[in-house]
Write a protein that binds this ligand. Structure first.
Ligand SMILES: Nc1ncnc2c1ncn2[C@@H]1O[C@H](COP(=O)(O)OP(=O)(O)O)[C@@H](O)[C@H]1O
Ligand SMILES: [Mg+2]
Length: 230
């Protein structure tokens, strides 16, 4: 179980998160929903060790895990697909994946396997990663996280800027990993899609959780109101 307990986060003097409590169980998917600037990425970065918190603010399998480095969180099985992907432009697709595989854990997801599952990407494996289309780059970014064999995947802005067909491809790859027990925290601007892909949701506004519940029971009007701050 990955959970936050009264998590606060700051950028210098600016406080971006206030008393956030969320949890994701092994194998579960939760969605973070909220407008630009609500704090979704900051929360993901805090979980991944890229934004500082107190040790007690994050708990992983019952142990305090806040304020660690990204490397430490990765070793504990928490991997982030960051907003904007941040693939290495000077490396090929294959090199991006190989580097990640070396930094992560051994497991079901190997470089060979992701390339087998994504023939279109396999055909482009020797291209510079950033020469690919946005949708292809997002598949590589997700693959790069999968080959680290995390238990918890934090996926920021899954579909931002992608064509509908590309979005479906990304969710298809993600579904395969979820079926094998991967837990996911996703940020998705499309509220209906976010609810459809998740078991639970959290709506964020100005650094706080303002609404939470089971996605299957979510009232779409209520969620969009929380989204827009009504
Ligand atoms: N690196 C940063 N330095 C200073 N402020 C930041 C930084 N990143 C985000 N913020 C601020 O923190 C708040 C939350 O941002 P963010 O977590 O990116 O929101 P979201 O992902 O929901 O759009 C915003 O007010 C944003 O301007
Ligand atoms: Mg964001």
């Amino acid at each position: 179980m990955l959970r936050t307990k009264n998590l606060n986060a700051c950028y210098g003097q600016f406080q971006a998160l206030f008393g956030v409590d969320i949890e994701v169980a092994p194998g579960q998917t939760v969605a973070l929903i909220g407008a630009n600037g609500a704090g979704k990425s900051t929360l993901m970065r805090a979980l991944a060790g890229a934004v500082g918190t107190t040790r007690a603010a994050i708990e992983l399998d019952g142990e305090a895990a806040g304020g660690a480095t990204e490397r430490r969180q990765l070793a504990r099985g928490v991997a982030l697909v960051p907003e904007g992907r941040r693939l290495f432009p000077s490396l090929t697709v294959l090199e991006n994946l190989q580097l990640a595989a070396r930094n992560g854990s051994q497991g079901e997801w190997t470089v060979r396997r992701v390339l087998r599952e994504l023939p279109a990407i396999e055909a482009l494996q020797d291209r510079p990663a950033t020469a690919l289309s946005g949708g292809q780059q997002q598949l590589v970014a997700l693959s790069r996280a999968l080959v680290m064999n995390p238990a918890y995947l934090l996926f920021d802005e899954v579909s931002l800027g992608l064509s509908p067909a590309a979005v479906d491809e990304v969710y298809r790859l993600l579904a395969g990993a979820r079926a094998e027990g991967l837990a996911v925290v996703l940020v998705e601007q499309n509220v209906r899609r976010a609810l459809r892909e998740s078991a639970r949701f959290y709506c964020m506004q100005k650094g706080r959780i303002v609404l939470a519940g089971r996605s299957s029971e979510a009232d779409y009007e209520q969620v969009t109101q929380a989204y827009f701050g009504a």
